[in-house]
Design a protein around this ligand. Structure first.
Ligand SMILES: C=C(O[C@@H]1C=C(C(=O)O)C=C[C@H]1O)C(=O)O
Length: 246
């Protein structure tokens, strides 16, 4: 029997609709699935520890070989809600910004917005562990994923990065896409895509099995995160990658 395809996905709530259909799907006989936070997954795909991953798109320039294997992604066509710059003061009073160690794409996006759109001179600070309690006074923080949905209840100023990218470029944004570091069989890709698509017809069931008091997950899954990897999202992704190559 052929070796199983190693697949890594993001462990946040936003990935639940993509993974919902994998349970009991025949494609599970062809793969081993693991989950982790985005920066970890990026490293696993770069190192070849996995074959396919829902990787931050900012990882693409670091891959020797890459194939976008699916019609689904973690994207947004307006406010995404879970990737934000959080602050106690307005944007232009921010002196320092803590960056999220779990992120690759959003950190790169924040840098593009700081430099090209907001034109801020704030100092950017890398983090390696919890830092949200440092978001105080003129120290702001970029937070992604479920922790961002929590931080929405803490910080008075919330700058949504997908919304600001759209204001800047008039294009949607792609945070993560299913990417392989080697060619995979058309049969696998077809089954994989099918498994990804099942959740979209079952959003009420997914919301019901993930009780989450901090944010309305129906809104999150249907109005914030936009999953289809459309031509305009690909265009947004190319524009973003062109900033990373500069
Ligand atoms: C929208 C999100 O997108 C995530 C952001 C990523 C990043 O910044 O590298 C990577 C994967 C996505 O799951 C989120 O997690 O809130």
């Amino acid at each position: 029997m052929e070796r199983k395809v190693k697949v890594a996905a993001v462990s946040y709530l936003n990935t639940r609709p993509l993974l919902y259909g994998f349970r009991e799907h025949p494609v599970m006989n062809m793969l081993d699935l693991s989950v982790d936070y985005p920066a970890k997954i990026a490293q696993q795909l770069i190192d070849g520890d996995v074959d396919v991953a829902l990787v931050p798109v900012a990882t693409i320039p670091k891959l020797k070989e890459y194939h976008i294997i699916s019609d689904f992604c973690i994207g947004a066509e307006g406010p995404v809600a879970s990737v934000c710059l959080f602050s106690e003061v307005p944007l232009h009073e921010i002196k320092r910004i803590y960056l999220d160690y779990q992120s690759r794409t959003s950190v790169a996006l924040l840098k593009v917005l700081v430099r090209e759109h907001w034109k801020l001179s704030a100092e950017l600070i890398e983090t390696t562990g919890d830092y949200q309690d440092k978001i105080k006074g003129t120290d702001a923080g970029l937070v992604i994923g479920d922790r961002a949905l929590e931080q929405r209840h803490v910080s008075p100023y919330i700058y949504d990065l997908a919304e600001h990218w759209m204001r800047f470029t008039s294009l949607p944004f792609v945070f993560a896409a299913w990417i392989s570091n080697k060619p995979l069989s058309p049969e696998f890709i077809q089954q994989f895509n099918h498994a990804n698509s099942i959740g979209f017809h079952n959003i009420p069931a997914i919301v019901a099995e993930n009780p989450y008091p901090l944010y309305d997950l129906t809104t999150y899954y249907t109005q914030n995160i936009s999953y289809p990897l459309t031509p305009s999202k690909r265009q947004g992704m190319q524009r973003f990658l062109s900033y990373l190559m500069q």
